[in-house]
Design a protein around this ligand. Structure first.
Ligand SMILES: [Zn+2]
Ligand SMILES: [Zn+2]
Length: 333
């Protein structure tokens, strides 16, 4: 849109050039001044009107664009395979080729939601974070290793001590975990110091038989996807670090096609990734390296910070400033 700011050049001249040259009378000069002031007001009014029109046009365009973006993202969200990785979407279709007799199933690992719901707050939908293709021959250990959680990579080593040894991380110190599928607790016993952390849950369920059916406990070792008893689309649970829970579900169970990968070592195949790696709370760019607690220089009780921001905020000439607790952390993504 063009702005109509054109006005008479003679009028502008009359504004710019002071009146009174050529021995005119005082009354004439006053009249000219008044006229010039009027023209100036008219010009300002036109400019204001033009600016307002431009602002309204920009706002209309912004609303139109956001409506289009919203509709596009909404339509795209409804498409089942829209966010699959290109490697999976571009897989070629092979006609008439024989392949291995096995099944393929998709496993959805949901985004963790460990925040208490506040009354009146809008509920966040539980959406997948990762999707993997599993073969019937894939083991439960291979599936379990696909659960990445920051709780595994925390330490209790303070910032002034060395944390280069992997044994200080929680994944090594507290490796106990289980997968609960249908009616069975599959216990991971690969690490020497792992325990059966489902024991208390099973005892609680046994005491409340009216609400829970019978359950089984099985070692995860050697169990394959084809051995499982599960319902498609039903939520199951992975628990680790005592109380950290992750939901997952199986969908799209089918026979293997000729276009599927045949090599078992390639499975689980990642076909969908909507994960967001945690970032430093200060710079929002770097991977966090410290968990900072109860710092009197930070707005929140617990914050993740990168090495640079942490040192800048809490150290001056290698001397600690203020009161805080900080522990080493490793970003898994
Ligand atoms: Zn977790
Ligand atoms: Zn930072």
């Amino acid at each position: 849109m063009s702005m109509d700011t054109h006005f008479d050049a003679d009028n502008l001249k009359s504004i710019r050039e002071p009146a009174g040259h050529g021995g005119e009378s005082g009354a004439d000069r006053d009249e000219e001044k008044e006229e010039a002031a009027q023209i100036g007001e008219q010009v300002i009014e036109r400019i204001d009107r033009g600016t307002e029109q431009m602002r309204q046009a920009e706002r209309r365009k912004y609303i139109d664009d956001s409506k289009k973006t919203y509709l596009y993202s909404r339509c795209r969200r409804r498409l089942k395979y829209a966010f699959y990785l290109p490697t999976e979407l571009e897989r070629e279709y092979c006609m008439g080729k024989r392949t291995i007799k096995d099944i393929v199933v998709t496993c959805h690992i949901m985004q963790p939601c460990n925040k208490w719901h506040v009354r009146g707050e809008r509920r966040r939908p539980i959406i997948p974070e990762f999707k993997y293709l599993l073969r019937g021959e894939t083991t439960l250990h291979e599936l379990r290793d696909k659960f990445l959680c920051s709780a595994d990579f925390c330490t209790m080593v303070p910032d002034y001590e060395d944390a280069t040894d992997s044994s200080v991380y929680h994944v090594e110190q507290y490796p106990s975990n289980f997968l609960f599928i249908h009616d069975t607790f599959y216990i991971d016993t690969r690490k020497a110091n792992s325990q059966d952390i489902s024991k208390n849950i099973r005892e609680f369920m046994a005491r409340n038989r009216s609400e829970f059916g019978p359950t089984k406990v099985v070692n995860m070792e050697g169990v394959r996807i084809r051995d499982l008893n599960f319902r498609l689309g039903f939520p199951y649970n992975y628990t680790h670090q005592g109380l950290c829970e992750h939901l997952f579900q199986f969908t799209d169970l089918r026979l293997m096609n000729a276009q599927d990968e045949e090599r078992l070592v390639d499975y689980p195949i990642k076909v969908f990734d909507q994960s967001r790696a945690p970032k430093c709370a200060a710079c929002k760019m770097n991977a966090p390296a410290f968990v900072v607690q109860n710092s009197d220089r930070l707005p929140e009780t617990l914050m993740l910070m990168c090495n640079v921001c942490f040192k800048t905020f809490h150290y001056e000439n290698d001397k600690r400033i203020g009161t805080f607790n900080a522990y080493h952390y490793f970003c898994p993504q």
